[in-house]
Write a new protein. Structure first.
Length: 117
């Protein structure tokens, strides 16, 4: 099981990958949608944790592009400043929608639920 983390805040997403690794979850990370799409073409991921609000392409748009590359991948959206509309769309299109700041254990629980582990 390998997951992909995508957030335009580099320090946040790299720290998140390290914290997940300490809990036995292998994660690659990207700071842009373009980078994430490139990574998904080279590597198989079971799940992607996507920031909703990113410059260029939103997490919701990224999810739709990733589905074409990796059918069957699961998704969790995270956001620090999402709108009510983003919440409704994200809740329909992903396994979970989590508001920042969040407890790492809550994210780990949602990852395990999404992947049935």
């Amino acid at each position: 099981m390998k997951i992909l983390l995508v957030d335009d805040e580099g320090k946040f997403v790299s720290a998140l990958a390290e914290r997940l690794a300490l809990r036995g979850i292998e994660a690659d990370w990207a700071t842009s949608s373009h980078e994430a799409l490139s990574m998904a073409k080279r590597e198989r991921y079971s799940l992607a944790v996507l920031d909703v609000k990113m410059p260029g392409m939103s997490g919701i748009e990224l999810k739709r592009s990733l589905e074409k590359i990796s059918p069957g991948m699961k998704y969790i959206f995270v956001t620090g400043h999402g709108s009510e509309e983003d919440y409704h769309v994200g809740s329909r299109e992903a396994f979970s929608y989590i508001i920042k700041p969040f407890n790492i254990e809550h994210l780990v629980e949602k990852i395990k639920e999404a992947l049935n582990i």
